[in-house]
Design a protein around this ligand. Structure first.
Ligand SMILES: Cc1ncc(COP(=O)(O)O)c(C=O)c1O
Length: 470
């Protein structure tokens, strides 16, 4: 018998997913150009490190912002004491203006609708607490961001029911897939409280089309349920078609102040668009007053520190800076994504055409020795241990087709990306020169030496749904 709670001892957190295990392996043997050139290159972390110079240069020119000062005078005491869970008004204003700016000012956001949270992680969980009871379900298109098992389910007891998306139409959501997921939840005696999407998508790296967004609005209207749109990558869209916020669709459909208007909620964060995941700054934007009030009270469990709010209020209020940052960030991301796609191409590997986010959704089906998730896992282990690249297997995103991997491109230097592509090319060449299924014929001695000790307990219920698409 244990004196600990079931929550503390259960494994629904998802920590044993290959998504997190890959990070652990990277930590044991991290690549460093000088100190560890044979180490594992981290390509499983969606971080944007491409524009630190712009942020650092702004900080150097604005020393008051990070120095607890206003007009040269110390405001240390004010910041040390301030902790109103409604957030700093100047920061909330700057944040909603930034959200509008990255969306091309097609919609404006009202500060009274926003709740500050410690990143999107906290925003998504808080919304679950506000919208659902333990045992209720949210429908999510698969593949989805692996962290959602932790963020949406773990502490809340909410269930995720997959909306199956397939490679045959570029993993887009269809009306039939939505209805099938809804019926599946009913079969499992789960009450469906809403749909949650990421737009742009993690892990696909694509923006949602107006058609998909309209479909979602029609669906949640017909079913009388909520829609959460996690728009954490909305400022990380670097090619056409551009980003369309669900709020824009609501406006177009003249849904203002209707019932459905109150059932649509946005999640945002500065972790990706500004590359500041360590600052823990996120937000919920909701049209429902009661949700805003409840989430504000709940935000006590994950506030954004006052000095962070103060610093970012100054940074985001500098419109000259934000304008330049947004356009420069897009330029650099676009170039970097092109580099990855070209590098993959040289290795004979394709990927889903993408226009956003910090990763590509890479198709390695031709490298599998069979169309199964066991084969995907085998390939993944080879890529982590032999090629020494940590990438995320599709199964960790609950993808229903084996052979897809999420590969990040913005958390390293160009040189490191080139080395990663060179390693991958050599691996593919070796595999194909020695026969398509050479991966299968690794000497047992060798694989024993390199094999990880951990056992994979993939939490995906779809694991055994072998694709018959191929
Ligand atoms: C879709 C999505 N939502 C939420 C998060 C969590 O972000 P944050 O660092 O703001 O908590 C991530 C991080 O990768 C993400 O990709």
């Amino acid at each position: 018998m244990t004196l600990l709670s079931t929550k503390a001892t259960c494994n629904t957190h998802g920590q044993d997913s290959s998504y997190f295990l890959g990070w652990e392996e990277y930590e044991k043997n991290p690549y460093d150009e000088v100190l560890n050139p044979n180490g594992i290159i981290q390509m499983g972390l969606a971080e944007n490190q491409l524009c630190f110079d712009l942020l650092e240069s702004w900080l150097a020119k604005n020393p008051d912002a990070a120095g607890f000062k206003r007009d040269g005078n110390s405001i240390f005491r004010e910041l040390a004491l301030f902790q109103d869970y409604h957030g700093l008004p100047a920061f909330k204003k700057a944040l909603v203006e930034f959200m509008a700016e990255i969306g091309g000012n097609k919609v404006t956001f009202d500060t009274s609708h926003i709740v500050l949270t410690a990143g999107s992680t906290s925003a998504n969980e808080t919304l679950m607490f506000c919208l659902a009871e333990a045992g209720d379900a949210f429908l999510l298109p698969v593949p989805y961001y692996p962290g959602f098992d932790r963020d949406l389910k773990w502490r809340t007891g909410v269930e995720i029911v997959p909306i199956h998306c397939a490679s045959s139409n570029g993993f887009q959501i269809t009306a039939a897939a939505l209805e099938e997921a809804y019926q599946e939840a009913h079969k499992r005696n789960l009450r469906v409280k809403g749909v949650l999407v990421t737009n742009p998508s993690n892990p696909l790296g694509t923006t949602m089309s107006r058609g998909e967004l309209n479909l979602l609005i029609s669906f949640i209207t017909a079913k009388g349920i909520h829609l959460i749109s996690d728009e954490i990558y909305s400022g990380t869209v670097f090619s056409s078609p551009g980003f369309v916020s669900v709020m824009e669709i609501l406006k177009d459909r003249k849904c203002d102040n209707t019932e459905v208007w109150n059932r649509v909620h946005i999640v945002y964060s500065l972790s990706k668009d500004l590359g500041l995941p360590g600052f823990r700054v996120g937000a919920i934007y909701s049209n429902d007053k009661i949700v805003v009030e409840a989430a504000t009270k709940m935000s006590s469990f994950g506030l954004v520190s006052s000095q962070t709010q103060y610093l970012l209020a100054a940074l985001l209020s500098d419109k000259k800076f934000t304008k330049n940052y947004i356009s420069e960030n897009h330029k650099r991301l676009k170039q970097r994504q092109k580099m990855l796609v070209a590098g993959l191409q040289k290795a004979g590997i394709g990927c889903l055409k993408s226009n956003a986010a910090l990763f590509c959704w890479v198709d390695m089906r031709q490298l599998l020795h069979s169309n199964t998730f066991d084969a995907e896992m085998e390939l993944w282990k080879k890529i982590v241990y032999d090629v020494r690249l940590n990438i995320s297997p599709g199964s960790s995103c609950h993808c229903t087709e084996p052979g897809w991997f999420r590969v990040c491109f913005a958390n390293m230097s160009e040189d490191t990306l080139n080395i990663a592509m060179q390693r991958l090319k050599t691996f593919v060449l070796d595999s194909t020169v020695n026969g398509r299924n050479q991966n299968n014929h690794h000497s047992p001695k060798n694989s024993k030496r390199r094999s990880p000790k951990w056992v994979f307990r993939l939490s995906s219920p779809d694991r055994n749904r072998e694709s018959d698409e191929r």
